[in-house]
Each structure stands twice: as structure tokens, then as C-alpha cells.
Write a protein that binds this ligand. Structure first.
Ligand code: UD1
Length: 385
């Protein structure tokens, strides 16, 4: 069996690592006739070393067999260029399966291409829904799931979403959260990192001394969604919160996505953040480094999807700077640690004052057990519909 799997952007890398290893383990004991030929395609959507290569090295992901070199661009450019390039790959390789992950532009582009070439399609992280079509990722999820032959879902809420859309039980496999496989595999390695060392190695600004960041005594912030960083008024208010009340109780580590750094510079906010006394401003950091910060943080403030899930398992109280989430299983009302605060600073301040004093509370949704990749691979190799 020949499987082509697709990665494109940072959040895909921690999800493909366990899948690659599951294939290796499967092949180690499978007879020759059953072995899986796994071809990894990187579309090149994320290309900076810190956004891509670093994760391949840290997580021991084999170098991609093919890199499509798509890079940045508008959504139509990214999706269109990926489809054109990936169509050639599919025609040449003629895989039995294409496996797409998550909700980035490449997920959608490669899913459409695979089905137009009559190749079976499996989607890792199927069934997530924010209900918000202003999010490009929601469009990518809807298109990908509609086309997928095999829907590999992380939680029961996602199963219900897919059934509401008319998908049959036979197409859905409840496999768990593949990113948690990576978290469990890498947790001990991450624990060995020192927090001041992470800051020293990655700092690009902020006046707070690295030694002032101690376990349980700092908050972490990450922002990259267009809805938070592309509007100067919104980004400016979020900056004022971060350097004001948001860092009054304890200092804040803010790890910057390239888009966010670019917008801070464009909107004339760069000087303000780089000189803020209670902030450490970092470049995009590595997987272990961020996991280490998550372990020690008193509070996470983020618009990332993956961090909501990692906080849930690590127990870190989490303010989600969005109005909706496709990952409701991580919300406090469902047993998790997160709450939605959008980008309304009054709401953020209100919830901040409550969450900064919450104790850690680990919670592990069903099947987020570190063995998701092997269940996913099994579902693909045993598929007989
Ligand atoms: C993408 C995903 C988003 C995911 C995020 C994680 C889509 C629609 N969005 O958003 O779901 O949460 O990745 O990071 O696919 N840039 C660089 N270097 C890079 C990559 C990007 O400088 O290696 C800059 C460029 O200025 C680029 C901007 O970041 O224009 C945005 O990158 P893009 O890939 O379009 O989307 P993300 O915001 O990263």
C-alpha cells in the first residue's frame, strides 16, 4: 500500500511525527506484501527554519520526500498553487491513499486534488467545527471532511458534528488526538529545559530579566489569527493589555509568530513591545521549549487551536482569545481548562483576574492517550469499504 501524507505549516509537524513512527513500527513486523510505502510531501507553506526545519529535527521527522515550495501568498494563491503542484505528484506516484492533517490551506488543496484524481482520502483531525465561516480554517475543514473517505476524529463532539452533516458511521473512526502522542513522547525531554535558558536563547525584546521567570510565576501569550493581529486597533488594545494589567500580576512571555511581528512593525507598535518592562518577547520557539513553558506557566493566553488541547492535558488555565472554538472538548464547562474571551479587552481583563488564580487542573479527553497514530494507521490499512 502506498500512502502519501501532507504537511504544510507548523501545527502539522507535531501531528505527522507519530504517524511516521507508526508506519515504521507497522513495517517492522508486517510481511513484505503488507508493508506500507509512506511518502511525505511538504507543501512549503511554512518555510522559515524556526517554523519548519526546527520541528523536523526536534521531533525526528524524516526529511520530506518532496517539497512543493509553495511559500506565502493569498489564500487563493496558496490553495491554487498547491493544487497545481500536488496534482503532478499524485499523477506520478499513484498512491492508494492521501492523508491530510488539520485545517490549513494545504489540507484543503491536497484533499480536493486527491479526490479529483480518484485517490482515497483520510483526514486526521476530522469533525472539528467552529461554526465560523470567517475563519479560513473552517472552510478548509468543511471541504476536507466532505471529500474524505475516512474521517479520523479526535473526540465525540466531532463525531456528532459529522453525523449532523449526514456522514455515515462507517466513514468515521474515533481514534483520539494524534498531537497528544507527541506530547507524551516528548514530555520528559521538555521537562529538562530551563525557563531562563529558553528565554535567553530566543529573546528579541522585552525588558524583564530571564531570572524573573520561575515556575508558576509567569503567563505565556501567543497570537497569530488574522482576526487578532491584522487590525491595528485590535492589536494595539491587546498590546496595551499585555504590557499593562496582563503583566501586572506576573511577567509575560510572548512568543511571536512571523505574521504578528510583521504587523507589530507595520502598525508602529514594535518599539512599545520591545521596551515593555514586564515582558519577554521571543522568536517562534521550538516544540520542547513551548511545552516546557506550558508546564511552568500560571496562565496561557492564546488564539492557537493546538495550545488549547495541550493546556487541557497539561492542566494550564487558558484564556482563548477567540469568540468560538472548534475544540469545545477543552473548555472548562466540558471538563477542560479553557474559556473563550475573544479580543474584547474588558472581557479579557475580567477572565484574567479569575484565571490567574486558578489551580492547574489536568484533564484528558477519551483516547487522548498517546496511541492515536497506531489506531489511525490501522484504520487506513484495514479499510475495506
Ligand atoms: C497558518 C494556518 C493556521 C495555523 C498557522 C500556524 C492556514 C489558512 N492557516 O496560518 O491555521 O494556525 O499556520 O502557524 O493555512 N510567514 C513567515 N515565515 C513562514 C511562514 C509564514 O514569515 O515560514 C509569514 C508570512 O508573512 C506569511 C504570514 O506569516 O504571509 C502568514 O503565513 P500563512 O502560511 O499564510 O498563514 P499562518 O498565519 O501562518
Amino acid at each position: 500500500m502506498k500512502i502519501v501524507s501532507i504537511v504544510a505549516a507548523r501545527p502539522n509537524f507535531m501531528k505527522i511525527a507519530p504517524f511516521c513512527r507508526a508506519v515504521e513500527r507497522f513495517n517492522a513486523i508486517a510481511p513484505d506484501s503488507k508493508k506500507v510505502e509512506h511518502i511525505l510531501v511538504h507543501t512549503g507553506q511554512h518555510y522559515d527554519d524556526r517554523m519548519s526545519r526546527a520541528f523536523f529535527e526536534e521531533l525526528n521527522i524524516p526529511t520530506a520526500d518532496i517539497n512543493l515550495g509553495i511559500g506565502s501568498g493569498s489564500h487563493a494563491e496558496q490553495v491554487g498553487n498547491t493544487m497545481i503542484a500536488f496534482e503532478k505528484v499524485v499523477r506520478e506516484l499513484k498512491p492508494d491513499w492521501v492523508v491530510t492533517i488539520g485545517d490549513v490551506n494545504a489540507t484543503c488543496a491536497c484533499s480536493i486534488t486527491a479526490k479529483k484524481e480518484h485517490v482515497k482520502l483520510a483526514h486526521i483531525e476530522a469533525g472539528l467545527r467552529s461554526g465560523d465561516l470567517d475563519m479560513p480554517e473552517e472552510i478548509n475543514r468543511l471541504v476536507t471532511d466532505r471529500l474524505s473517505d475516512l474521517l479520523l476524529v479526535p473526540d465525540r463532539i466531532s463525531i456528532a458534528n459529522l453525523k449532523r452533516e449526514g456522514r455515515a458511521d462507517k466513514d468515521i473512526v474515533f481514534a483520539g488526538n494524534i498531537m497528544i502522542d507527541t506530547l507524551e513522547e516528548q514530555r520528559d525531554k521538555a521537562a529538562a529545559f530551563g525557563i531562563p535558558a529558553v528565554i535567553e536563547a530566543n529573546r528579541i525584546g522585552g525588558g524583564c530579566k530571564a531570572s524573573e521567570f520561575v515556575d508558576d510565576g509567569f503567563a505565556v501569550m501567543t497570537l497569530h489569527r488574522p482576526s487578532n493581529v491584522d487590525d491595528p486597533a485590535i492589536l494595539s488594545e491587546l498590546v496595551d493589555f499585555a504590557i499593562g494589567e496582563g503583566s501586572a500580576h506576573c511577567p509575560v512571555i510572548w512568543t511571536l509568530h512571523p505574521r504578528t511581528q510583521k504587523q507589530l512593525e507595520t502598525f508602529g507598535l514594535w518599539d512599545k513591545v520591545t521596551h515593555a518592562p514586564r515582558l519577554a518577547l521571543l522568536n517562534p520557539i521550538g516544540y520542547h521549549e513551548l511545552l516546557r513553558l506550558n508546564m511552568g506557566a500560571r496562565l496561557m493566553m492564546t488564539d492557537s487551536g493546538g495550545l488549547q488541547e495541550e493546556c487541557c492535558v497539561m492542566g494550564t488555565p487558558c484564556l482563548v482569545m477567540r469568540w468560538n472554538t472548534e475544540r469545545p472538548v477543552t473548555l472548562r464547562e466540558n471538563g477542560g481548562v479553557s474559556t473563550l474571551v475573544g479580543n474584547d479587552v474588558a472581557m479579557i481583563k475580567k477572565m484574567y483576574s479569575e484565571y490567574i488564580n486558578l489551580p492547574r487542573h489536568e484533564s484528558r479527553p477519551e483516547l487522548w492517550d498517546g496511541h492515536t497514530a497506531e489506531r489511525m494507521l490501522k484504520a487506513i490499512v484495514e479499510y475495506d469499504r
